[in-house]
Design a protein around this ligand. Structure first.
Ligand code: GAL
Length: 413
């Protein structure tokens, strides 16, 4: 491989926390997100087609038009881009959203189909690593990788370093890693939205003394740790004298069937449980099905979610899920693609785009970051966000049993 070539590895995912544990036991080393400076901190204008002003997170709209600004940067680049997403089980997002949006972002920036390749590691670390290595051998100058855990993230990043490759962490921070940039949503804010969503839902559904099963994501995913940090900021004051009780706090997972088992065990042990903080839609779905099998009525057992997936949105419409954290992945994909295109061309991304920094609390470094804003979605704003963005279409969402709920939510299916 031509090691003199400026190579950039876009490490997506990774995670993260060695010896992570629930927030109530020994502190886990976590990345914390501090946003410094505003996104308009620089006058840098892309050298792409047309001077559309400084590229920033607000440039990335649903029509991907901003990517055209990067055409000349893209044409100055060398090599191809290899995309390796983590799995198809933990969240539908990687198949439904990340893969198609990354494809569109590259294409709109003028890259041809031979300039990039998108694969899914299907939950296998060895597959992730071998895919990364073979992509680089085949001439990839940028790798877009969403590792399942800290181990493979670190392996990819050290392999990248050995080959003179710069790395971007996407969506998940590789704690103890070695990368140039990090692109994600503010994941503590994601957690805040989950916590606030549960609180407002409990009030709306008249759950006066919530006895909460606090679920978590996979402890090897630093995002899961940051999500919990965020919702504990909201819930702990409720648990400490606010009339709420945390009845159970299972270990955490991103495998929906494991989440269901964790919930069932907790619910069996704590029959007074009447609410659950669930960190994403895919984990919430089997839990909701279980409660439905027990004939728990709608709008009686508050449950949260994340990723605005079809299943989550439909559960919200039927009143079994309070809401979902909506992360416009078309923004995240465009931001990642833009950073990768700059690095592939040996150019420094504009500081107007790099709007923050994030502490890697293992390597004790501050990582230049592109941090995007998440949003809480319920039936109240589903039409003006998800549907307006075309993230999920009304025809996908408002099938037979959801039609009337769509109408009530102002969604014309
Ligand atoms: C997180 C990601 C979330 C969620 C979860 C399961 O790291 O940020 O969007 O999908 O993984 O894949």
């Amino acid at each position: 491989m031509n090691t003199t070539r400026a190579l950039a590895v876009l490490a997506i995912g990774a995670s993260l926390v060695a010896g992570a544990c629930s927030s109530s036991s020994k502190p886990a080393a976590t990345g914390s997100t501090t946003t410094v400076g505003s996104s308009a901190s620089s006058s840098a204008t892309t050298t792409g087609g047309g001077s559309a002003g400084p590229l920033s997170i607000s440039s990335f709209t649903r029509d991907f038009s901003a990517m055209a600004q990067l055409k000349s940067v893209a044409s100055a680049g060398k090599g191809s881009i290899g995309v390796i997403l983590p799995d198809t089980v933990s969240s539908a997002r990687y198949t439904e959203f990340d893969a198609p949006y990354l494809t569109k972002a590259f294409q709109q920036a003028g890259l041809s189909s031979s300039d990039f390749k998108i694969q899914n590691a299907q939950g296998s670390d060895p597959t992730m690593l071998t895919d990364a290595q073979s992509d680089i051998t085949a001439g990839a100058s940028v790798l877009v990788i969403d590792p399942l855990d800290k181990g493979v993230g670190a392996q990819v990043e050290s392999y990248a370093k050995q080959h003179g490759v710069a790395v971007i962490d996407y969506d998940r921070l590789t704690l103890g890693g070695d990368r140039s940039y990090y692109v994600s949503f503010d994941n503590v804010k994601v957690g805040n939205l989950l916590g606030q969503g549960l609180v407002s839902c409990a009030a709306a559904w008249n759950v006066s003394s919530p006895n909460v099963i606090e679920m978590k994501g996979d402890p090897t995913d630093n995002n899961a740790t940051l999500f919990a940090q965020g919702y504990d900021q909201i819930l702990n004051p409720k648990f400490n004298g606010g009339g709420w009780t945390r009845v159970a706090e299972p270990a955490g997972t991103w495998t929906p069937s494991v989440a269901q088992t964790e919930f069932e065990q907790a619910y069996t042990a704590h029959k007074n449980a009447n609410a659950a903080l669930v960190p994403n839609d895919e984990n919430a779905a089997p839990i909701i099905q279980y409660l439905q099998s027990l004939h728990i009525p709608s709008k009686s057992f508050p449950i949260t979610g994340q990723d605005a997936t079809l299943v989550g949105l439909q559960n919200i419409l039927l009143g079994y899920q309070c809401g979902t954290v909506y992360k416009p992945i078309y923004e995240e994909a465009q931001a990642a693609a833009a950073l990768a295109i700059y690095l592939r061309a040996g150019q420094t991304p504009p500081s107007s785009l790099v709007n923050g920094q994030t502490a890697d609390t293992v390597s004790n470094t501050q990582v230049p970051s592109v941090l995007l804003n998440p949003e809480w979605v319920t039936t109240q704003n589903m039409n003006s966000t998800i549907i307006a963005d075309g993230f999920v279409t009304a025809s996908q969402l408002c099938t037979s049993q959801y039609k009337s709920a769509c109408t009530s939510a102002g969604i014309s299916g």
